[in-house]
Design a protein around this ligand. Structure first.
Ligand code: KG4
Ligand code: ZN
Length: 358
């Protein structure tokens, strides 16, 4: 079976092709994985502009498809999977309309995929290989999903069974990184730049809050942290500092801010893991590229609940890509066994910017 997957939920136009010898085998191969990033276009505006994303996706989709088909060396496919949400609706619709056209032209089944579910499965992809055997992993599992639009703790009691037990009440973790970078006069996307500055570990003579770290629930809140950065910069007269002092302040804020985010994420994930006695912890989403977060979550697990398996994606698959969409479609097909029942009728396939995992 060959699955072609399309992802256009934000600012990457992506198409991947996955092949499996038999649905039940647990073996699959990523034949191609093409990602065309629009970051340069949106960077000028300090964030993703939905109508520009839509225009670029429409322009890029046919080119990305041609490249994906050429690299995969396949002439026919069996199933088309497409991200239906969550994400920016004008962007999502471009992928959905493209998928519908292909499905009609090729007379193929369409499968709608939840982008966050795909981030969970991204832990099974590896950069250095194209052939995979799904490793066994035990339930219950909890996934900490951290991206530009989402921060959530998802409990999985079995395969394809999701319960959101905690989420951000305001800004997502990635969004907080992006906004902090902006306040520091740094370009979009801010996450990687803030992480780079934080690498120098320039300790600040002040602390920033760890919002909700002691709250009894599993929710997050990052907008207060962002506001604390704003006030601190005002207090320090950041805009009028000399270049050297500005750079030092940037590094101090980056280090302290990143540590505040990590402290909250690690603490709540560990608490969830203990409460629900999970056997596996998964980290996924764009912010999972953060080396310090990967490391500190791993260390906390090893120290506090050493028998828990820790799964993280290769950094090549933390950002948005279509290989993870194809993989989510594969898992859906594998579990449900009968592919026909999975198919979404084109009339019912709609973009849902707020699509929830369930
Ligand atoms: O999953 P993703 O690629 O897109 C969404 O689905 O939102 O996540 C993008 C987010 C951005 O906010 C970006 O700044 C953040 O991931 N990000 C990082 C790092 N790399 C990307 N945040 C912290 N540290 C990083 N190294
Ligand atoms: Zn994403």
């Amino acid at each position: 079976m060959i699955i072609l997957a399309i992802e256009t939920s934000c600012d990457e136009t992506a198409i991947a092709i996955l092949k499996t010898p038999r649905l039940r085998s647990g073996r699959f191969e990523i034949l191609s994985n093409v990602v065309s990033s629009q970051i340069k276009i949106h960077a000028k505006w300090g964030g993703v502009v939905p109508h520009l994303a839509k225009r670029e996706h429409i322009k890029n989709l046919p080119l990305v498809l041609r490249k994906a088909l050429r690299e995969a060396k396949v002439s026919s496919i069996n199933v088309i999977a497409v991200t239906a949400g969550p994400g920016l609706e004008p962007a999502l619709w471009t992928g959905i309309n493209f998928a519908k056209e292909l499905a009609e032209k090729w007379k193929k089944t369409l499968i709608a995929i939840n982008h966050m579910e795909a981030h969970i499965f991204s832990v099974f992809l590896k950069e250095k290989s194209s052939k995979f055997q799904v490793p066994s992993f035990k339930f219950p599992a909890v996934a900490l999903l951290v991206s530009g639009g989402h921060t959530e703790l998802v409990l999985m009691r079995k395969m394809l069974d999701y319960k959101i037990i905690g989420q951000t009440l305001d800004d997502a973790a990635g969004e907080a990184f992006d906004k902090t970078a902006k306040m520091l006069g740094l370009p979009y996307p801010g996450g990687p730049i803030v992480a780079k500055l934080a690498e120098e570990k320039v300790v600040a003579p002040f602390t920033l809050p760890r919002p909700m770290i002691n709250s009894k629930n599993y929710d997050f809140s990052f907008s207060g942290l962002k506001t604390a950065v704003l006030y601190k910069l005002k207090e320090l007269g950041f805009d009028n500092l000399k270049p050297h002092a500005r750079l030092i302040t940037r590094k101090q804020i980056a280090y302290e801010f990143q540590q505040a985010v990590i402290d909250v994420l690690v603490s709540k994930t560990l608490r969830t893991a203990k409460e629900y006695q999970v056997k596996t912890i998964i980290l996924g989403g764009g912010v999972a590229a953060n080396q310090e977060l990967r490391k500190q979550l791993g260390e906390a697990i090893k120290k506090q609940i050493p028998n828990t398996k820790y799964l993280i994606p290769d950094t090549a698959f933390t950002g948005d890509n279509a290989a993870m969409i194809a993989l989510a479609a594969y898992f859906r097909a594998k579990e449900k066994k009968i592919l026909d029942k999975l198919g979404t009728s084109p009339e019912n396939l709609k973009a849902d910017g707020n699509l929830k995992l369930s």
